[in-house]
Design a protein. Structure first.
Length: 94
């Protein structure tokens, strides 16, 4: 069985904030472009984000990936509640 120190070290090796930031930032940028396009032409639209089942049950060695996908799911839900009703927001596992 691994010691607490070994577990902390293994988590810090796989849990990198830049990886999480880049994944979520890219989705935010895509949202902005999609919203501007849909609202700029006065049309209804839908923004669908690809998430992952890893956000719900995790996988060994995938802490940053799971955290970023969980962040995308949470962000999508929040945007669906607070943004324009002209755009539908969804996230699906992919």
């Amino acid at each position: 069985m691994a010691s607490a120190q070994e577990l902390v070290q293994s988590c810090s090796n796989i849990f990198t904030l830049p990886e999480i930031y880049v994944r979520v930032r890219d989705v935010v940028d895509d949202h902005r472009r999609g919203e501007r396009k849909a609202l700029g032409i006065g049309e209804r639209g839908a923004i669908v984000n690809l998430a992952s089942v890893a956000a719900f049950d995790g996988q060994i060695g995938q802490a940053a990936y799971a955290a970023s996908k969980g962040g995308i799911i949470a962000m999508t839900r929040a945007m669906a509640m607070t943004k324009s009703s002209a755009i539908e927001y969804r996230s699906v596992p992919g």
